[in-house]
Design a protein around this ligand. Sequence first.
Ligand SMILES: C[S@@+](CC[C@H](N)C(=O)[O-])C[C@H]1O[C@@H](n2cnc3c(N)ncnc32)[C@H](O)[C@@H]1O
Length: 193
Amino acid sequence: MVVARPRLWRIFRLPLRGQFNRMAPDWEDRMGPEGLVPLGASLERLSVSPRRALDLGTGTGKAARVIARFFPETAVVGVDLAPAMIEQAKRLLPPELAGRVRFEVADGSALPYEDGAFDLVVLQNMIPFFEELARVTAPGGMAVFASSRGADTPIYVPPETLRERLGPLGFGDFVELSAGMGTALLAVRKERG
Ligand SMILES: C[S@@+](CC[C@H](N)C(=O)[O-])C[C@H]1O[C@@H](n2cnc3c(N)ncnc32)[C@H](O)[C@@H]1O
């Protein structure tokens, strides 16, 4: 609903934050490693290592940790609307990643980062706010939309909708993939000019 009508987010924001705060204590155990397969397959497609990556709607930080392990030089930021999720993400971060991965409470519809701040923006099972994610993706950078269980994922946006909404914002070179039980779409933000 929010993807079709982003203005509705003002109504849904607080109840959704409350709901995810309540789910935070056992979120980590709700999905096993199989849920991360589409993201892993997507990262394998990247031809260059990103310098700065953003995991939007990080939850307990699973995708952020995958990105950090896959790209040992990359600085990773995981953000989530729900403070209780961020608390868990910080608690679960292993010491060897602590120097490169940080977690912050932020709303994906209004991010506290400058334009083009990230070379890689990942959304795993997360509601996309297209204008804002486009704003923080650097020209030449990439966005990855991973759905752990494909169309059966509770928060799922079909690839045709993603393409439709991303194209006018300067994204292209779309790649769709299936891996494990899930799917993903990759998109490159075209260089300016
Ligand atoms: C379905 S969970 C997915 C969590 C994580 N990406 C994973 O795959 O385990 C969606 C997460 O997005 C967060 N979220 C929802 N809307 C958000 C927004 N506008 N900005 C930041 N986080 C948001 C929720 O709090 C929740 O933790």
